[in-house]
Design a protein around this ligand. Structure first.
Ligand SMILES: [Zn+2]
Length: 439
């Protein structure tokens, strides 16, 4: 009896010892060149000290564990690399990817798990491309929130996700479903964000927040890729917009508006949205509103280029979509350049899912082509996007207290912006996701 008791005590003590947390491991990254933030000077031969997923300190030269008074540390050798913070993309759709060759009716026999399983690969491609934080703007709640949880719990490899869930849209609006008879739409169309009238839109925002939305995405105007000839003008009324923004802000959620037509952009900005996605048609009035409100423009240039290419190569696209692509495509560059000239706040977003997941960094070349300096382009992702997320003290910079989201390239993107499309190393929150010399 006594012996059994002692034996169990020993087992108990041994168990406790085994379960005691190991002293948190320190990782030291030796960076040949380091850009701490989009506006910093490039530093040579630096050490980044990382503990418990966050940057602990930055040191001149290649420092080892002993010099920091540590018993040991894991060292990551990036002495021949250019190191910078993980990138941020404000507009992705991780639950799908446009595939011109896919059976157009596949959504009729699929369930949410089909989307989720495809998304596993999209998440990995996104983070391996160096995007360690993304905002997902409009996707099935039953898919995006489980994906977000899986990344948080470490079950899935993927970027940190800030998610909107379903978009708020009027009946027949860009975020509603089109192209099938009503009984079929009713069977699979998520109705949560569909609303008509100020009170009903208040209800929609509340339901979305209850369902987990961290940001409210609205479709303020028609959209290019919805199969309807309803154009690109304002779709939510002024009263609906006001109700949505007031409710969301009272519940502590920012609002971002998908908007193409100038009238709809102006209405959304007057209602107080925090950012505008696409912003295809800008004019003096809308630019004035951006300046007055301080709202951010997320231009998603890559989406425009991708659908324009698709129109030229995919004869199966519905006429309603082709017509809108041909109208909106040519004006995007001019609008972007007006915004840039007038110093509108511009933040990085790609609409990936329209383009391929993992190609997000192609947006940088377009930003530079259309007039930004490489440093300005980088700042849209590392400086401005974190501000839109209210995460400017956590991501976009390598400084003590920030998440240890670190990427590395062969050469400086400040001389060749396309280097950002060839990421060689990715660490997210202290965990190495990718370390390839080349691919
Ligand atoms: Zn989108």
């Amino acid at each position: 009896m006594k012996q059994t008791l002692i034996a169990s005590l020993i087992t108990l003590v041994a168990g406790t010892l085994a379960a005691a947390p190991a002293a948190a491991q320190t990782t030291l990254i030796h960076a040949g060149e380091l850009l701490k933030s989009a506006d910093a000077k490039v530093l040579k031969a630096q050490t980044i000290e990382i503990k418990e997923g966050r940057v602990q300190g930055l040191h001149q030269g290649y420092v080892d564990a002993a010099e920091l008074g540590l018993k040991n540390a894991k060292v990551v050798d990036l002495k021949d690399k250019f190191v910078l913070p993980g990138m941020v993309d404000l507009h992705v759709h991780l639950t799908f990817e446009r595939d011109p060759k896919a059976n157009p009716h596949r959504m009729l026999n699929e369930v949410e798990a089909d989307q989720a399983l495809r998304a596993v690969a999209y998440l990995r491609k996104t983070v391996e491309a160096g995007f360690t934080t993304v905002r997902d703007l409009g996707g099935n709640n039953k898919v995006i929130f489980p994906l977000q949880r899986a990344v948080k719990q470490g079950t899935l490899v993927g970027p940190r996700i800030i998610a909107a869930g379903e978009a708020v849209t009027p009946t027949g609006g860009h975020g509603d479903m089109h192209g099938y008879r009503q009984e079929i739409l009713d069977a699979f169309a998520p109705r949560m964000g569909v609303c008509d009238g100020a009170d009903d839109c208040t209800r929609a925002v509340r339901e979305l927040v209850k369902g987990g939305a961290e940001v409210i995405k609205i479709t303020a105007t028609g959209g290019v890729l919805s199969n309807t000839k309803a154009g690109l003008n304002q779709q939510l009324t002024d009263a609906e917009l006001a109700a949505i923004v007031k409710t969301a802000h009272n519940l502590g959620r920012p609002v971002t508006a998908h908007a193409h037509g100038a009238g709809g952009i102006a209405a959304a900005l007057r209602a107080g949205v925090d950012s505008v996605e696409h912003g295809s048609y800008l004019n003096e009035e809308t630019i004035g509103l951006f300046k007055r409100t301080g709202a951010y423009l997320v231009p998603t240039l890559l989406a425009g280029v991708t659908v324009t290419e698709e129109v030229n190569n995919n004869p199966a696209l519905p006429a309603a979509i082709v017509e809108k692509v041909k109208t909106v495509g040519p004006v995007v560059k001019d609008s972007f350049q007006q915004a840039l000239a007038k110093k509108v706040n511009i933040a990085f977003g790609t609409d990936s899912g329209v383009s391929r997941h993992g190609d997000n960094a192609k947006e940088f070349a377009l930003l530079v082509d259309y007039g930004m300096s490489p440093r300005q382009a980088l700042a849209t992702s590392l400086t401005h996007a974190p501000k839109v997320l209210n995460m400017e003290h956590e991501v976009g910079k390598l400084a003590p207290g920030y998440y240890a989201d670190v990427i590395a390239l062969d050469k400086s993107p400040l001389n060749d912006i396309d280097q950002l499309t060839a990421v060689r190393f990715v660490m997210q929150q202290g965990k190495v996701i990718r370390h390839h010399e080349q691919d």
